[in-house]
Design a protein around this ligand. Structure first.
Ligand SMILES: Cc1cc2nc3c(=O)[nH]c(=O)nc-3n(C[C@H](O)[C@H](O)[C@H](O)COP(=O)(O)OP(=O)(O)OC[C@H]3O[C@@H](n4cnc5c(N)ncnc54)[C@H](O)[C@@H]3O)c2cc1C
Ligand code: FES
Ligand code: FES
Length: 1334
């Protein structure tokens, strides 16, 4: 279908420049065109499916009918290039650059510290930029809505929101009065001297927003859009063609001739299908230039909306119409509006069409149940004429199928006005509040006979309750013609329960929850209807206030970030201790920062795609690569046989094959790699590799199965202090419990990326790798290729987020890539797609904990015995170390005199799990904290009291005989209680709970004591290399990698202080193994401590060398001293070294000094929980952290907020789901939800504990990368507290089980509402669940 025919020329503009493409392949997306063809690499690939926002750009179009220009944000990864004819695209490079002028949005996000690793930043910038193009003074609601579809894994969003907030008119609340109150609201004592509070950034220095400076819309495009007689456009590619007709008649003819060809408008359904399911459409018809599809017509009965209108346009239309009509007529408009506010993200709504949405017939569609309940209809057209079809239960036939004939086209959709006495409701519940497909969604409509409660007509539709939108027909029949009262409703619940039964193994799981949601939604609708009936004076019954259900609050308030001033004696030039912007923030915000996959393509470069196992435990019987080798562009297939050196990585006496040879032990295990001239060809090659398997018996998936089969990686560890067995005899009470905690996907925004380049002589290689540990990568490549390490240089410029996930697995991927480079003697690039990355590279270890605790009636815990089982997956990786760390931290902040713990890494047939920020500590401590909560529940005392009673006090010693002072821990505890106003708010929450039946507030206050440094003492070393050039500029290299955590910024600060020169004279180019060898990983929160000391050491040496020249010329400048030293033949280059503490842990003697010191912190959270749906909002978070004297408060507060949010995700949101055969379902942001802007606490305050010193680390600072992550559990415990309040309404008291994460599903079921209790619970083991409980 491609060659031979003449294609049209695609014409559009990018950043003001005209682009004309003669031979555009319809499979090309805007993202690949920008990145690969134009080398505009500021636009990032994060997921490829519209779920992360990293690829956001702005599209502008001229509308000839209104003669206006519209600007809208889009996901470039889903936008077919062909769709852009006549459009102007603006990318991050087009709005500003550090070479010319940066745009205020770029500046503000950067300077407000909203860019850490920076990978998400261009997308954030472009979303916000588009908003400002449409609305230069947005509201906070606009901003949060705009950013809803942009994920950030580093910052925790608060600084991004604060940067964007500076564009709002109402932006300037200072909160100095605490508790969210502004100084402008009075209350401050006029006589009180004004204390200058240090700020993280100064908005006075921001560039003003000047809309006149923006790029103008190209006049040529205006002429193009107004041209008469537009013609059909056709484009041909290798595998598919694209036709864009210019008239309805032509569209009809095309569809008649090609009934199977989809009509692509937004491509948000077809695009992901093609990408992720490999569906190929040889022909695509784009109807976007057919005017009739965009018409809106009003009639006395309602409004006809063109099927091509985007969901954003539909939403604007509805919002525009609502105020123009009496409220009673716009019930349906408002219900649809409400759903649209939560549907997808703004980028998705901007392109998704109404017709495409309906025709996608997604069973979880948000709109279809409301359109159906609201008696909407569609007008369709084909060669056979027009007809109208109601959108009812017959319309949605099955998954993705409707009643329409293949050749029919939806022309428009009719949305009727509601009538007097007619009410429409819409509800949805999703795994994440925004930018998430709903779990269950509904549209409900009831029409009452005039002035009465008598139901004349009712319709109820659900999404998420089967393979298509379903009608609750029997339930409606039970309500129709009856009076809307308790009796009718109560019967309706029973019928509904009986009518919408899901099989226990139903796809999507959550069966009990989904069924209960149908009841809860009907109940909510009932509440709304009663309120409206009262409004109409049909009933006078007052609904008690405590029964009313108001929506959860949602506006993010400005928070506090409190830190200490530097000493007044400190030189103004010395940046240490001052909030200093991440040194690359500006270039990250302009898209100039270069990540691994942004490195320009090297001549002859090849791309590598992996072939992975589809079986969890099987013999490989066949690996047939012949078909792949025949495909265009495929150069070779790399198997284990090609590896010239070591074919395995060995750890703890276990071997991990780089590429499996005879057997596979998990789905996703790497088998071979296809290399081809392009990504697309390599991907097609990988799909063509044939693998034969013979399943092996009894795969092990869960921890329980591993325990039963004694399937562990050794060593297993055990630790005990006191005599636990005896102590249990002496206690007042004993309680036993179990806690299961899920794993966590790293979800760094930049997927695993590497480029290995043969130098061309003496088997030398340059490896550009996105890794936390260049030395490991270097060594691994050398061993694999059987060459010495001195032939491999590993370079790391920056890493787009890592969180522990770019150490071990990255090294293995780099080994495979290097074999390909070695074999072909060509540069080879490997960049994993999001789904591959999630499948292959493992996650945080899920942990099962079983505990027994003995305590006195006064709350003292005397004995505890805890067993931990970490699900390690199929290879050992670092799992035994994770198990050790679990035991080193399981005392947390508590002095339990008799404490016993055992930890084992379970060997299972799941993808191998690996390090993740916190390295087992969050799993360890949450189980202890849950145990304390249980004790509190048994004793019926507040949990914070039990915590306080058992906390370490005075000179203390841990269970491994490590002496320490908990003074700062206790100070954090006290300070957090004061700052959060804990007592008063606790009382207020209790009162709220008495006044509300269906919403509950919960609070928790949780401490963390976190050990810093590597317990493997040899890793506590670091080195640096510093060159001073003759012009006075300094090039600094050290062993740490820049992962977004601001390490390079801090190192620059250290060098600046030691050399007494401004940071601007110091440059860090990259981390590389040829500048600093034998480095340790940037991990264990030890990067600044170790590298900082090495940099300090080197700089001090150089400063000393310059001393004679300073003495000789005290009034001279830095440059003069440097030049003089050079002329005197003084070396201006040196290394620095830090020999860190000799830490160790002796597991036989059960004693050691595994840490240099502890970082302490305490977090207080309050949530509001909707007990009917499990939806919750974190109302407020206060964190007090002891991090000594911060080297850079903005960077450290960034780490605190970012890791808190990652912890919030871990404990309340993120769920990895595996099929019963060990296949990972959750392989992208659509299925796996990390926190988004909607999850930020509405008030988020961070305080750095004042007057804290630390003799063990540079400039008295403390490591902070990991400790706070666990504090995200404070949201979990607040949810649990709220659920406890809900349970007490049902007469349930005492300990109850709530596993982590506390998703809406778990939170809702824990509340034990009358609706959840109606669902018969199923006996575990009596059915095959959809997902494993690993
Ligand atoms: C990241 C992401 C998040 C999302 N979140 C949500 C969510 O929270 N809630 C929700 O309900 N949905 C959600 N969606 C789904 C989204 O709303 C639909 O994919 C979208 O509305 C489909 O419209 P489209 O124009 O992009 O369709 P396309 O992909 O262009 O087309 C889809 C189908 O519709 C057919 N079609 C299109 N127009 C017509 C027509 N006029 N006549 C006949 N057939 C036609 C095509 O042939 C094709 O089969 C999400 C999608 C993505 C990618
Ligand atoms: S890469 Fe486009 S949305 Fe993620
Ligand atoms: S800064 Fe947002 S993902 Fe790293």
């Amino acid at each position: 279908m491609s060659s031979g025919k003449e294609a049209d020329i695609l014409c559009f503009f990018i950043n003001g420049k005209k682009v004309t493409e003669n031979n555009v392949d319809p499979e090309t997306t805007l993202l690949s065109f920008l990145r690969e063809k134009l080398r505009l690499t500021g636009t990032k690939y994060g997921c490829g499916g519209g779920g992360c926002g990293a690829c956001t750009v702005m599209v502008s179009r001229h509308q000839p009918a209104t003669k206006t220009i519209t600007h809208y944000s889009v996901n470039a990864c889903l936008l077919p290039l062909c769709q852009l004819h006549g459009a102007a695209v603006t990318t991050v490079e087009g709005i500003g650059s550090t070479k010319t002028r940066i745009h205020p949005v770029q500046e503000r996000i950067a300077k407000s510290h909203g860019s850490q690793c920076g990978f998400c930043t261009p997308g954030m910038v472009m979303s916000m930029y588009t908003l400002l193009r449409n609305k230069p003074q947005p509201t906070m609601e606009d901003i949060t809505q705009t950013l809803a579809g942009n994920l950030c894994r580093c910052t925790g969003y608060r600084p991004i929101v604060d940067g964007c907030r500076t564009f709002c008119q109402e932006a300037n609340c200072c909160q100095v009065n605490g508790g969210g109150a502004c100084c402008l609201n009075g209350e401050q004592d006029a006589d009180e001297p004004e204390l200058e509070t240090p700020q993280l950034f100064d908005k006075e220095e921001f560039l003003p927003l000047d809309p006149t400076q923006e790029l103008i819309f190209p006049p040529e495009l205006i002429l193009m859009s107004e041209a008469a007689n537009p013609k059909t456009l056709t484009f041909y590619g290798e595998r598919m063609s694209w036709v864009s007709p210019a008239s309805l008649e032509e569209l009809i003819q095309l569809k008649t001739r090609n009934p199977k060809a989809p009509l692509v408008v937004g491509n948000t359904n077809i695009g992901p299908d093609m990408k992720f399911k490999g569906i190929l459409h040889p022909l695509i018809i784009s109807p976007t230039r057919v005017m009739e599809l965009f018409e809106v017509t009003r009639t006395p009965q309602g409004v006809w909306v063109g099927a091509g209108c985007s969901l954003t346009e539909v939403w604007s239309l509805l919002k525009h119409l609502v105020p123009q009509f009496p409220e009673e007529e716009t019930e349906l408009f408002r219900a649809l509006s409400q759903q649209l506010g939560y549907l997808g993200s703004q980028q998705i709504r901007n392109v998704s069409s109404l017709g495409g949405h309906i025709m996608s017939a997604n069973p979880n569609s948000d709109l279809n149940p409301v359109l159906a309940a609201g008696n909407c209809k569609v007008s369709v057209i084909s060669d056979g004429g027009r007809r109208q079809l109601p959108l009812n239960q017959d319309f949605f036939v099955s998954f993705g199928k409707t009643l329409l004939k293949p050749e029919e086209i939806v022309l428009s959709v009719f949305i009727p006005f509601s009538r007097k006495g007619e009410f429409v409701g819409a509800f949805r519940q999703a795994p994440r509040k925004e930018s998430s497909f709903p779990t269950v969604t509904t549209g409900m409509r009831v029409l009452f006979s005039k002035g009465s409660r008598l139901v004349q007509d009712v319709s109820i539709y659900f999404g998420g309750m089967g393979p298509t939108t379903v009608s609750a027909t029997r339930t409606c029949a039970a309500i129709a013609t009856r009076s809307w009262d308790d009796e009718t409703l109560s019967r309706a619940y029973d019928v509904l329960l009986d009518e919408l039964v899901l099989p226990l193994s139903a796809p999507g799981g959550k069966v009990q929850f989904r069924r209960s949601l149908t009841l809860s939604f009907l109940f909510k609708f009932n509440m709304e209807v009663l309120q409206k009936l009262r409004g109409m004076n049909v009933t006078t019954e007052e609904l008690p206030e405590r029964m009313q259900i108001q929506p959860l609050p949602r506006e993010i308030q400005p928070g506090l970030q409190e830190f200490q001033h530097v000493s007044k004696h400190q030189s103004d030039q010395d940046p240490v201790g001052r909030p200093t912007m991440h040194r690359s923030a500006l270039i990250q915000a302009t898209g100039e920062a270069v990540y691994c996959d942004d490195i320009p393509i090297i001549d002859g470069e090849l791309f590598l795609v992996l072939v992975t196992s589809s079986r969890a435990h099987a013999k490989i019987t066949r690996l047939d690569v012949s078909e792949a080798l025949r495909l265009p562009g495929v150069v070779d297939v790399i198997t284990a046989k090609d590896i010239p050196g070591k074919k395995v990585r060995a750890l703890f006496g276990y071997e991990e094959e780089l590429l499996a040879q005879t057997e596979v032990s998990c789905v996703g295990q790497m088998l071979c790699a296809v290399i081809a001239d392009t990504r697309v060809h390599a991907k097609q090659g990988a799909a063509a590799v044939k693998v034969g398997y013979e399943d092996l018996p009894d795969p092990v998936f869960t921890s329980e199965e591993a325990i039963e089969k004694s399937s562990f990686f050794e060593p297993r560890r055990r630790i005990e202090r006191g005599n636990v067995t005896e102590a249990f005899e002496t206690v007042d009470q004993v309680h036993e419990g179990e806690f299961r905690m899920g794993g966590q996907e790293h979800f760094y925004l930049e997927t695993q990326s590497m480029l290995v380049v043969p130098v061309g002589e003496e088997t030398e290689f340059n490896a550009y790798v996105s890794t936390q540990w260049p030395t490991l990568t270097q060594e691994a490549i050398a061993e694999t290729l059987s060459i010495p390490s001195n032939r491999v240089t590993c370079h790391v410029k920056r890493v787009g987020g890592a969180f522990g996930g770019k150490v071990m697995k990255t090294a293995i991927l780099a080994c495979i890539t290097s074999v390909a480079a070695w074999k072909t003697n060509r540069a080879v690039r490997c960049v994993l797609e999001r789904g591959e990355d999630m499948l292959i590279t493992g996650a945080r270890h899920p942990v099962l904990g079983k505990y027994k605790v003995g305590f006195m009636n006064d709350g003292r815990i005397v004995a505890a015995d805890i067993q931990y089982y970490a699900n390690a997956g199929n290879t050992v990786d670092e799992s035994p170390l994770v198990a050790e760390k679990i035991l080193l931290h399981f005392d947390n902040a508590y002095n339990i005199p008799n404490l016993r713990g055992q930890a084992a890494a379970c060997r299972t047939n799941l993808p191998s799990n690996t390090a993740f920020r916190g390295f087992g500590v969050p799993q360890s401590v949450v189980i202890v904290e849950n145990m304390l909560n249980d004790v509190a529940a048994v004793l019926r005392r507040p949990a914070d009291q039990i915590r306080e009673i058992n906390m370490y006090k005075g000179p203390s010693v841990t269970h491994y005989k490590f002496e320490f002072s908990p003074e700062n821990l206790l100070r954090c505890w006290e300070e957090c209680k004061v700052k959060s106003d804990y007592g008063a708010r606790r009382r207020a929450a209790d009162q709220f709970n008495q006044q509300n039946r269906w919403k509950k507030r919960g609070m928790s206050i949780i401490p963390i004591k976190y050990g810093i440094a590597f317990s493997d003492g040899f890793l506590n070393q670091a080195a640096a290399l510093v060159h001073i050039y003759k012009d006075g500029s300094v090039l600094l290299a050290h062993g740490g990698t820049e992962l977004g955590q601001g390490l390079h910024t801090k190192m620059q600060q250290v060098a600046s202080r030691e050399l007494h020169i401004p940071p601007s004279k110091i440059y860090i180019s990259e981390t590389s193994t040829n500048t600093v060898p034998n480095t340790s990983p940037s991990a264990a929160s030890f990067g600044t401590d170790a590298n900082g000391m090495a940099v300090k050491n080197a700089c001090q040496t150089l400063y000393q060398r310059l001393e004679p020249f300073r003495q000789k010329n005290p009034k001279g400048s830095w440059e003069k001293w440097v030049q003089a030293a050079y002329l005197e033949k003084i070396s201006l280059s040196t290394t620095g070294f830090y020999r860190g503490p000799d830490l160790y842990m002796d597991w036989d003697k059960v004693e050691g000094r595994p840490y240099a010191y502890f970082t302490y912190g305490v977090c207080c959270c309050e949530v509001e929980l909707d007990c009917l749906t499990g939806d919750y909002r974190t109302l407020r978070t206060d964190i007090v952290m002891d991090i000594g004297r911060s080297v850079n408060p903005s960077v450290d507060i960034g780490q605190i907020e970012g890791s808190f949010m990652q912890g919030l995700g871990l404990f309340t949101l993120e769920e990895l789901k595996f099929s019963p055969s060990g296949f990972l379902y959750t392989r992208g942001p659509s299925q796996y939800k990390i926190p988004a802007v909607c999850d930020v606490p509405l008030v988020f305050n961070v305080y750095l504990l004042p007057d804290s010193d630390n003799p063990h680390a540079i400039y008295s600072s403390k490591g902070i990368g990991e400790p706070v992550l666990f504090l995200g559990s404070s949201v979990f415990f607040a949810i649990k507290d709220a659920a406890a309040a809900a349970r007490s309404e049902s007469g349930l008291v005492g300990p109850f089980s709530l596993d982590s994460p506390a998703t809406p599903e778990r939170a809702c079921l824990a509340c034990a509402s009358p609706f959840t209790q109606k669902i018969p619970s199923s006996k575990p083991g009596s059915f095959q669940p959809w997902a494993l409980n690993i």
